[in-house]
Design a protein around this ligand. Structure first.
Ligand SMILES: [Zn+2]
Length: 293
């Protein structure tokens, strides 16, 4: 288990919200089979796949980035007190330990400068807000919240078409209050955030998913959200998730980003890895081999 990586002047630390989130393999990845994964069991068993129950194992956490007083969170998980009736382990959660995990890093919610949402699915925006006196208010009142322009427009339209239905109601309780408070900064591919994060488009999993790429003394790092859910997809890049808006585009994005990462030695840090925080990949035939970091 790696919970922190140090890169000279800055560090990346995992802040857990739901450290073990299990879904049936062929539910999350339609068409996937345990038999196909058997040759890779030594790499995947334990942290990433439960071969006894045929479940894929994900973690839901934020990635805390600290750089000389600069404090950012990438993605804000499921959160607490959110009505998520269609998913029992997300519904009206209490005592997640998330804010306590931040406190163990010496941080109060007021200390966060920047919150970056790779996309606006319910398990990536939950801690954007918290419940105070019956109202959803920004959890991190001093932060600018970075959201993809196209992604926000998509969910705003979905909300208008069917209020409270799409995306477990997360737009209304976890996105809109941030916009209403004037804390949202909208970005598009090609933009730069805080002088060091290059915004790139990673469409397919969601309409307007963005990745955040930065340089370090140890090479480039790409925070790539749900473009990759699990290292299972290094061996089978064509397995898109049930939750992908456009599975074919999601596959293309995943293949392109792993091909580029293999060429450039980029460290990929997806949103839901357990054990390792991320990986570098090498190209092998029609798939990739992970080296966990
Ligand atoms: Zn997602």
């Amino acid at each position: 288990m790696t919970d922190q990586i140090n890169f000279g002047s800055f560090s990346v630390t995992r802040i857990n919200d739901l450290p073990r989130f299990a879904l049936d393999l062929d539910f999350l990845l339609p068409g996937a089979t345990l038999e196909a994964l058997m040759p890779f069991k030594a790499v995947l068993d334990g942290d990433h796949v439960d071969f006894a129950t045929s479940e894929i194992l994900l973690g839901v956490h934020s990635l805390l980035i600290r750089d000389k007083g600069f404090v950012a969170l990438i993605d804000t998980c499921v959160g607490e007190c959110k009505p998520r009736g269609r998913r029992a382990d997300w519904h009206n959660r209490r005592a997640s330990g998330y804010l306590e995990a931040l406190a163990r890093e010496g941080l109060r919610p007021e200390d966060i400068n920047l919150v970056m949402c790779t996309h606006l699915h319910a398990d990536h925006v939950g801690w954007n807000t918290c419940l105070q006196n019956g109202e959803w208010v920004p959890t991190f009142p001093n932060a600018r919240y970075i959201m993809g322009r196209e992604e926000l427009a998509h969910w705003a339209a979905e909300e208008q078409a069917a209020p409270g239905v799409a995306n477990h109601g997360a737009y209304a309780d976890s996105v809109l209050p941030i916009v209403a408070a004037g804390l949202a900064d909208l970005v598009s591919a090609g933009d730069t955030v805080a002088d060091q994060f290059h915004v790139c488009g990673l469409p397919g999993h969601s309409v307007g998913q963005i990745g955040l790429e930065m340089s370090s003394s140890k090479g480039d790092i790409l925070f790539c959200g749900d473009a990759i859910h699990s290292p299972v997809q290094t061996f089978f890049p064509d397995w898109s998730s049930r939750f992908c808006h456009d599975p074919a585009l999601s596959t293309k994005t995943r293949r392109d980003l792993m091909t580029s990462a293999a060429d450039k030695g980029t460290l990929l840090i997806p949103a839901h890895f357990r054990g390792a925080l991320g990986m570098r990949v090498t190209s092998r035939d029609d798939h990739f081999i992970p080296e966990f970091i």
